[in-house]
Write a new protein. Structure first.
Length: 79
């Protein structure tokens, strides 16, 4: 999930530092909105483990879901 939310290619745009291209509209369909992409980039607690934190809402109440790691006896689990 983090790869999709952090890669501008999934917004339907092409970016390349090598060729100096920044958000050139591509010919492919966007999978995420440019607004969501920008929000994720500004989000301070983003990481590869929980990229959708704060952006995915509860199906019942609509509140943003949170996430964390829970420590078990032998390893940690994403919650």
């Amino acid at each position: 999930m983090a790869g999709i939310l952090n890669n501008p290619l999934y917004t339907g745009h092409i970016c390349s530092e090598t060729y100096g291209i920044d958000r050139l509209k591509g010919q492919h369909e966007a999978l995420i909105s440019i607004d969501l992409f920008d929000k994720v980039r500004v989000h301070k607690n983003i990481g590869n483990d929980f990229a959708a934190r704060g952006f995915v809402g509860c199906g019942d109440c609509g509140e943003p879901l949170s996430s964390s790691w829970s420590k078990g006896c032998y390893r940690s689990y994403a919650y």
